[in-house]
Design a binder for this molecule. Structure first.
Ligand code: SF4
Length: 85
């Protein structure tokens, strides 16, 4: 599967969840894209409850994101992380 196909499959699955009124852990949640490493650690743990985890992991494997949390993995470089105050 290539990156575009993986992203399309994930997008379609999320649209299906939306249609069914099913929420997924990162929907509308800022922790997945937070500058705080603690927030992203919380987010990564929350991914394990996601109904599209495998599709998200496949998409991340193909697109290799360089920031934020995808499929339970924080992809943000440590140099971009803010310390909690
Ligand atoms: S597995 Fe992907 S879609 Fe699911 S909560 Fe985590 S980041 Fe969001």
């Amino acid at each position: 599967m290539n990156a575009a196909a993986a992203a399309e499959r994930l997008t379609a699955a999320l649209a299906d969840l939306e249609d069914k009124g099913i929420r997924w852990p990162c929907k509308g949640r800022p922790e997945w894209t937070s500058e705080s490493a603690e927030d992203r650690e919380y987010a990564a743990a929350g991914c394990r409850f996601c109904p599209v985890f495998d599709l998200c992991a496949a998409m991340a494997d193909e697109t290799k994101p360089t920031a934020c949390v995808y499929a339970g993995v924080d992809r943000t470089p440590k140099t971009r992380t803010k310390k909690a105050s």
